[in-house]
Write a protein that binds this ligand. Structure first.
Ligand code: ADP
Length: 243
């Protein structure tokens, strides 16, 4: 693995909603490279384009112009089916609300992406994924029998089981108390140690400060970037943007 390699790149990305005088430029010329094995937090006021950036980078939404590259793959050249396949095989997602399937056990939830990919996962593989998030003993529990923090750890195990090139996290600690949030952030940090790339949208300066870098959006543009910043510095920068 080349540490200088780019995992995801956005080149001149534009995404506009609506037309004419009421058009909203949710992405207004975004240029950014996310290096492999790094963790980037995306922050900005409400409506600044964080979700749009995440959705475009993850191939959930098409761009109007510009390029999104996952490794060497230009997402704009893919059909919808190919894009869905790419999301399934090369990208992992973690959401604020966990999005686990309530009727399935932790183990079955983690096995789901492999089953969707047409594989018949071995029990040992799934147990190992749950053990990696400290939940080896909870394999048979349904989401309702787990705390929020535990559910999010299952969601991380499910996202990581396909060994995706990039993990996209949308407010992963937004529904968690401080202690559970810290455990989840510790886990994310651990995955980057194994070369995982993480792109995370968050409102929480404490979560953002755990990332390697924080990029700040306003009006669909990247307006600032901090590397190795503390919680206070991140919070101050965000407040300045919201002013
Ligand atoms: P953030 O995640 O930072 O709150 P979004 O990316 O959700 O920002 O939205 C950026 C801008 O684009 C906002 O003004 C929002 O209202 C607008 N927007 C987002 N999605 C849509 C949509 N599907 N239709 C119309 N406008 C949208």
């Amino acid at each position: 693995m080349n540490p200088e390699e780019t995992a995801v790149a956005l080149r001149g990305v534009h995404r506009t909603y609506g037309a004419g005088p009421t058009a909203v430029h949710a992405a207004d010329g975004i240029d950014i490279d996310f290096a492999r094995g790094t963790w980037t937090a995306v922050m900005g006021p409400s409506g600044s384009g964080k979700s749009t950036l995440l959705h475009c980078a993850a191939g959930l939404e098409r761009v109007d112009s510009g390029q999104v590259l996952l490794g060497d793959t230009d997402l704009g050249t893919l059909t919808d089916d190919q894009l869905a396949e790419l999301r399934r095989m090369r990208i992992g997602f973690v959401f604020q609300s966990f999005n686990l399937v309530g009727s399935l056990t932790a183990e079955q939830n983690v096995a789901l992406p492999l089953r969707l990919a047409g594989r018949r996962p071995g029990r040992a593989e799934i147990r190992a994924a749950l053990q990696a998030v400290g939940l080896g003993e909870r394999a048979g529990h349904k989401p309702s029998q787990l705390s929020g923090g535990q559910q999010q750890r299952v969601a991380i195990a499910r996202a990581m089981v396909t060994r995706p090139e990039v993990l996209f996290a949308d407010e992963p600690t937004g529904a968690l108390d401080t202690s559970a949030a810290r455990t989840v952030l510790d886990l994310l940090r651990e995955t980057t140690g194994h070369g995982q790339t993480i792109i995370m949208v968050t409102h929480d300066p404490a979560a953002a400060a755990r990332a390697d870098a924080v990029v700040f959006l306003r009006d669909g543009r990247i307006v600032d970037r901090l590397a190795g910043a503390g919680v206070r510095e991140v919070a101050d920068r965000l407040v300045a943007l919201e002013a």
